[in-house]
Design a protein around this ligand. Structure first.
Ligand SMILES: Nc1ncnc2c1ncn2[C@@H]1O[C@H](COP(=O)(O)OP(=O)(O)OP(=O)(O)O)[C@@H](O)[C@H]1O
Ligand SMILES: Nc1ncnc2c1ncn2[C@@H]1O[C@H](COP(=O)(O)OP(=O)(O)OP(=O)(O)O)[C@@H](O)[C@H]1O
Ligand SMILES: [Mg+2]
Ligand SMILES: [Mg+2]
Lengths: 257, 257
């Protein structure tokens, strides 16, 4: 199993959209995929499943009690895509984890027994660099960093790369940045090309070749609790084409495809 | 002094853009305004000031050591607008605050002595509902909630309102929601009207009448470290008109203007 964390502490850059649709893209290719929702907003859970009721255990219960992940994993409408959902209690996980021994390793230990059951695990993280995100980075083989074509998200990369470097040096030396994916790419705006050029200058080939174009269907799809593939229901749909290309590139970078 | 927190744990909905440009809008009307950056991303600080160096104290140092705010306050290019900046150390404030007695009240106590020096204090918060955001809610008289015209931000309001209610019941009974401001309003997309209608149905007059329209200049202004007023430099600019109307409504709701 290859584990990919999708992370960027800047809010609203497309982390959930990338995690959900890359997960679905890999599942459409027949890979067995586990999507893990580690964001207290529970957005990925709302898109491919539904909000958990108070009595249903989610990622928080499993992390804090070091139980197995298996009992909370649910199927989704996309074949080959399963979900480890987040519940509302995840909002308090950080403070609870802070006092526990080995707190950065909890998720990695939970994923260990699932290695043979899935080809990929994709972790959606929230817009901050706290213990939950650190758990995701320690559990991951790779990190994908979504960057939207705006100025403020560029500034935030410095903090993210510092955190990735610290995790790499202190907790998990095999962690690699799989790539930077440019999202909400809008050819009508000059800032799009400025941001693109800045990223290419700084990160070169680490920037994925494909672009996730601006697409109003991406704003609507979560409202129908659908992935972009199901929402567009067409192989030529803008989001379908974009996420198919991202899926191609991720497979090439991980399986040497 | 009237204190307004700008909060919504959903990422990228326009919290910083509203905090900075409302602060500037009020300052342009001759009100003395203190902008407080309580987001570990330091975006407001980068827009109206610059990143702090490691040796310069910011909001984190002041909060944890319960020192006075005054020594860290800096002027900005906008007359009547001052800033209490955030430094990189704010990212660790949450875990440090967690163990301290009265941890939710730190910011309120810091603002107490400034009551006669400013007409308004505007607090920018980060995209999460942790102790820093709770500090902002406890210190505030009002909360402004930016909501962008997309589906996922709507879902997040439930969590935010639960937190506001808890703060109101347990820590600060005078906290009021000043209003919901619809941001990134794009008449070309049907989802804009669906979100608008849903908000009006749920919150009625609590929704500000003005809309902050989609405006590519808002994406560029932070790159020039300017407010939208300075960037557009025209009373007819789209952002200038929108933020002038928001300023009008905020004054009407707080000063009964
Ligand atoms: N390509 C796109 N075109 C237009 N809108 C998009 C696109 N991708 C995502 N969106 C919309 O932009 C908003 C932000 O995306 P998303 O929620 O995936 O970001 P995020 O980084 O996960 O946010 P958070 O920081 O809150 O977790 C959502 O409302 C989403 O529907
Ligand atoms: N009216 C607008 N039109 C177009 N772009 C906008 C508008 N308002 C803000 N933006 C851009 O959208 C992005 C998100 O806005 P902003 O950073 O203010 O949101 P935020 O809620 O503070 O994000 P975070 O959750 O990371 O703190 C920024 O790059 C900003 O420049
Ligand atoms: Mg998300
Ligand atoms: Mg912000």
């Amino acid at each position: 199993m290859k584990t990919i964390a999708v992370a960027n502490q800047k809010g609203g850059v497309g982390k959930t959209t990338v995690a959900v649709n890359l997960g679905a893209g890999l599942a459409r290719r027949g890979r067995k995929v586990l999507l893990i929702d580690l964001d207290a907003q529970c957005n990925a859970t709302q898109i491919v499943h539904r909000m958990l009721s108070e009595s249903e255990p989610g990622m928080c219960e499993v992390l804090l009690n070091e139980r197995s992940l298996t009992p909370i994993i649910v199927p989704t409408k996309q074949e080959n895509l399963s979900l480890a959902p987040a519940g509302e209690s995840l909002a308090n996980a950080d403070l609870n984890l802070a006092a526990m021994m080995g707190r950065e390793l909890f998720l990695r230990n939970l994923l260990e027994p699932l290695h043979d059951q899935y080809d990929f695990a994709i972790i959606d993280t929230g817009p901050y660099l706290g213990l939950l995100t650190v758990n995701a980075l320690v559990a991951a083989d790779y990190v994908i960093v979504p960057v939207s074509c705006e100025f403020l998200p560029l500034l935030g990369l410095k903090f993210l790369l510092e955190t990735v470097r610290k995790v790499h040096d202190k907790l998990h030396s095999k962690l690699k940045i799989l790539g930077y994916i440019i999202t909400m790419y809008d050819r009508r705006e000059s800032i799009t090309f400025q941001v693109e050029q800045t990223l290419l200058d700084h990160f070169g080939d680490d920037v994925f070749k494909c672009r996730i174009r601006i697409n109003t269907k991406q704003k609507g799809a979560p409202g129908r609790a659908q992935t972009i593939f199901a929402y567009e229901n067409s192989e030529q749909g803008r989001g379908t084409v974009d996420f198919d290309s991202l899926t191609d590139e991720v497979l090439a970078r991980t399986e040497g495809g």
